[in-house]
Design a protein around this ligand. Structure first.
Ligand code: SF4
Length: 362
């Protein structure tokens, strides 16, 4: 296979689905880790094509969705501060904070800018030496290298007016938190392919062994999804558990060591709160002590104020795979993409938004 269209080929999807029908003998609960995979399943109508025995639950792999409310409040606080330019990817702007979103802060006059790369934020810092430029660094292991690189660039340029507000989360600790939960129902994982392009596969072998749970690292196209599910189900039906790589056209064993080196120079692993889930030990990145001048939290002495998510939003259960988005009583009623109550209805990777936009039957 060489071309993208081959990964969207209906005939290949059908072939894998027929094989799946032949292989499945009982019910299996599988989780796709990443929001992009959830969207692929929903957008391509794959959920309704899977055999009745396959139950997909959706994982916490949407960085926007798991960014704590308190951190969004900090971003809003910074954006409204005199002399600050707050930069962010577009997805974060509409996520509601406890009082307002970044978009509402922008509408009220705050200097909030949507960028496509943190390196653009470094450029802004260079162009505006009289202003403080903060980049809201949200994401998994995939976006961490570019954010880390922006700090090294700023350091090399001698900039003292650039900082990151980090909300970096790591996939393997979240998978362990799900598998280690007494209420866990997940029997196999579709691993996040693009995270592995950076991190490689090493981190996943111990998880497979410790929890005796198969993981298939999978891509995002319909063929990838159905093929990955078939590989998982074959393992489960045969009673085996191992790590397999369905996404070998992109992912190799070692990932991208150069990117990891940059990340290691800038970040250290730390405990991290996941919105709706709570604190997961060693599940995020913080800036290293020696780079604290680039850490917005320390530079601006941002207050740590825990804030509760709206009680009617069950995003935590959705993100742990315990409930489907359309099992939320507010889904499509008080909570819509135009008026979201929680982040999973906002983000382009959020499970609630996927169910809403692609009209998954209630
Ligand atoms: S539908 Fe809305 S209120 Fe319900 S879990 Fe999703 S984001 Fe929260």
């Amino acid at each position: 296979m060489k071309f993208l269209s081959e990964y969207r080929d209906a005939g290949t999807v059908k072939k894998y689905l027929s094989e799946l029908e032949r292989v499945v003998t009982r019910e299996w609960v599988l989780m796709e880790v990443r929001g992009g995979q959830t969207h692929s399943l929903v957008k391509n109508g794959l959920l309704s094509l899977l055999p009745a025995g396959i139950r997909m639950v959706h994982g916490p792999g949407c960085p926007v969705c798991v960014t704590p409310l308190a951190l969004i409040d900090k971003a809003v606080y910074l954006a409204e501060r005199e002399g600050v330019i707050l930069c962010s990817f577009g997805d974060m702007l509409r996520v509601p904070g406890s009082e307002k979103s970044l978009l509402e802060a922008k509408a009220g006059g705050a200097d909030v800018r949507i960028l496509y790369s943190p390196l653009e934020a470094v450029k802004l810092a260079k162009q505006h030496p009289d202003r403080q430029v903060v980049f809201f660094a949200v994401g998994f292991e995939t976006t961490a290298p570019a954010n880390a690189l922006s700090v090294l660039h700023a350091q090399r340029e001698g900039l003292t007016n650039y900082a990151l507000l980090t909300s970096h989360v790591l996939v393997p600790p979240a998978m362990e938190a799900i598998l280690g939960d007494a209420q866990n129902i997940v029997q196999g994982f579709l691993g996040a392919g693009h995270v592995c392009t950076i991190m490689g596969l090493d981190e996943y072998y111990p998880i497979v062994e410790r929890y005796r749970t198969p993981i298939v690292v999978t891509g995002f196209e319909p063929v990838d999804m159905v093929h990955g599910i078939l590989m998982l189900v074959k393992q489960l039906e045969s009673g085996s558990y191992k790590l397999e790589n369905q996404y070998s056209r992109v992912v190799n064993e070692t990932g991208n060591p150069a990117a990891r080196q940059v990340m290691e120079r800038v970040f250290r692993v730390a405990d991290r709160e996941w919105r709706g889930i709570g604190v997961i030990p060693q599940s995020g990145y913080e800036l290293r002590e020696e780079l604290s001048g680039f850490d917005a939290n320390r530079k601006f002495a941002l207050p740590e104020t825990p804030v509760e998510t709206a009680s009617e939003c069950i995003a935590g259960e959705v993100l742990r795979g315990a409930k489907k988005p359309n099992e939320c009583p507010q889904f499509g009623k008080r909570c819509t993409p135009a008026k979201p109550l929680g982040a999973p209805m906002v983000s382009s990777e959020g499970a609630c938004a996927a169910y809403y936009h692609f009209e998954v039957a209630i």
